[in-house]
Design a binder for this molecule. Structure first.
Ligand SMILES: Cc1ncc(COP(=O)(O)O)c(C=O)c1O
Length: 364
């Protein structure tokens, strides 16, 4: 519909997809250019990944989250967090087992269950529970069949952050039921509380079957580079590495060099990006409120999750707004049944375009 609207001559403002418009910071690009000139980096990236990258991950996890990981056994480079989302069920589950995931959420969780022949089970995130899953409501028979639980904070799409106390509860809950807990955490650094959101690995026994997926896509505006990493349980990392060695042979070495540079300079490179998102968030929330919407500023991520301000379904509302004003939003029901009644707006476009979008929404 967005394409048709643009073809009909309307200027479309796309707040639908969270694909940052900000370029990758220059020092990261420079390191990649340098690495590209070295023929050693043109070869297969076999094995557990570049040592420099894995050491950079270990240092980053310690500095930013107070988490100690062994770079030789507890770190695995990924082709983005999505890589692990798709491959963890193949590594860990038997067909017919259940895969739990928070929803509304990233559509790849459900798809990964479908692709692996496992049973997808969404655990709803409701506003009445601060968008945290009510683990006590997961039926015992399903928990019994489940082998993996994908949980995501700061949360796409709701923008909610999980307190460290909840993360500890989730670890204990999963452990008791012998379920591997995967914290899909690409937005840990996109946090507006003055510090990164907490890692699920903080204070966790190294034997616990818990992994965390980090991504450079959002934190360093590197979506197209396809790089992230899994950290945590040695046995889960080993199982994932085994699957990946049969699927993709690893992450381009140039991207690993660039990512090492990014992680080593996190304290210098992240604050300017975060400041841009904070300004955009405040502008969007203020603009939507001025247009009569009821919105809560997100604690993290670059999404606003807002109630549909009319009686329409989320799809009807998004269609009409696009037709009338050229603003693209994601209907909540597209992300899960629990998302009905909401729309998601991504602030991954300029302040000027966000202001224009709010202006159009106000005139709607
Ligand atoms: C919750 C969540 N997980 C994973 C991803 C995928 O990130 P990556 O680019 O690291 O594959 C996204 C991307 O939007 C996301 O929102």
């Amino acid at each position: 519909m967005a394409k048709e609207t643009a073809a009909a001559g309307k200027i479309v403002i796309d707040l639908g997809v969270g694909d940052p418009d900000i370029p990758t910071p220059a020092p990261i690009v420079e390191r990649a250019k340098h690495a590209l000139d070295d023929p050693a980096n043109h070869r297969y990236p076999f094995g557990a990944g570049l040592w420099d990258f894995r050491e950079a991950v270990a240092s980053y996890m310690d500095r930013r989250f107070g988490v100690t990981v062994d770079p030789s056994r507890q770190v695995l480079p990924l082709l983005g967090a999505k890589d692990a989302i798709a491959h963890l069920p193949l590594a860990l589950l038997d067909p017919g087992q259940a895969l739990l995931f928070t929803e509304p959420g990233y559509p790849a969780y459900r798809a990964s269950a479908v692709l692996s022949g496992t049973e997808p089970v969404g655990v709803p995130l409701l506003e009445s529970n601060a968008f945290l899953p009510r683990l006590e409501d997961v039926p015992a028979a399903i928990a019994e069949r489940a082998g993996l639980f994908h949980m995501n904070y700061p949360n796409n799409p709701t923008g909610a952050a999980a307190p460290a106390s909840f993360l500890r509860t989730a670890v204990a809950w999963a452990r008791e039921r012998e379920i591997v807990l995967c914290h899909d955490a690409p937005y840990l650094e996109i946090s507006y509380t003055g510090r990164p959101a907490p890692s699920v690995l903080a204070g966790v026994d190294p034997d616990a079957a818990v992994v965390e997926l980090h991504s450079l896509s959002k934190t360093f505006s590197m979506c197209g580079w396809r790089i992230g990493f899994a950290v945590g349980s040695e046995s889960v990392i080993a199982a994932l590495a085994r699957v990946k060695s049969n699927v993709d042979t690893g992450v381009f070495l140039v991207a690993q060099h660039a990512a090492a540079e990014a992680l080593n300079r996190a304290e210098e490179l992240i604050p300017p990006l975060l400041e841009i998102y904070r300004r955009r968030r405040d502008l969007l929330v203020g603009g939507l409120r001025a247009a009569g919407w009821r919105v809560t500023p997100p604690d993290g991520t670059f999404y606003v999750w807002a109630r549909v301000p009319t009686e329409e379904s989320s799809v009807e509302f998004c269609r009409r707004v696009l037709r009338e004003s050229g603003v693209v939003m994601t209907p909540g029901s597209g992300l899960a049944p629990a998302g009905e009644g909401y729309v998601r707006l991504a602030f991954t476009d300029s302040e000027e375009r966000i202001a224009q979008a709010c202006d159009r929404l106000g005139r709607r």
